[in-house]
Design a protein. Structure first.
Length: 186
């Protein structure tokens, strides 16, 4: 019986963990429940790399320009995953992401810091997120006509699953970011 109660408490804690890492700090989240379309612009290619105290461009170009290009390509693939995941898993939310800069709204995602994770967790993983990437930052849904921020959110410690390649870790963390957004605005 004790194990069952512990398992239930753990399940409740895990299901609320993603939304607890994102909060609305301004505006009204109800806009996501309206029949709107919005574009997504992500600023993350020069985030502060956690634990290295360097910005991504400096950190990766010190290794080589190819390393930085691969980092940016991995992030671009992750942005696509964010869009796909939001549109497929939004449930009852009426809003939808489209790739069109002429939309009425733009969701601006600013990743201020990122832990890029590591592939070593694959061999020594204690749990499925061991070695996964982590992102911190802000989101703002902006009305393109007026420039007004309609809804502003802050996210912290959004962690993805482990993967030996960075692109896999990036895709996972952006899917968890989309999931946190969905849970927060519902």
């Amino acid at each position: 019986m004790k194990k069952l109660i512990l398992a239930l408490l753990l399940a409740v804690g895990v299901s609320t963990a993603a939304s607890a890492n994102m909060i609305v700090v301004g505006g009204n989240k109800a806009i996501f429940n309206e029949q709107i379309t919005f574009n997504v612009v992500v600023n993350d290619s020069n985030a502060l790399i956690d634990g290295k105290n360097q910005y991504a461009k400096d950190y990766y170009t010190a290794k080589s320009q190819q390393e930085y290009d691969a980092f940016v390509q991995g992030l671009n693939r992750a942005h696509e995953s964010f869009i796909t995941y939001y549109n497929e898993k939004r449930g009852s939310l009426k809003s939808q992401i489209v790739k069109d800069a002429a939309c009425a709204y733009t969701l601006k995602i600013n990743v201020t810091s990122m832990n890029v994770g590591n592939g070593g967790g694959v061999a020594f993983a204690i749990y499925r997120k061991c070695g996964g990437a982590v992102v911190n930052g802000t989101m703002a849904l902006v009305d393109n006509a007026s420039g007004e921020i309609v809804c502003q959110l802050v996210f912290s410690d959004i962690k993805g699953l482990l993967c030996p390649k960075f692109v896999g870790r990036a895709i996972s963390v952006y899917r968890y970011l989309a999931d946190a957004l969905i849970q927060t605005v519902q």
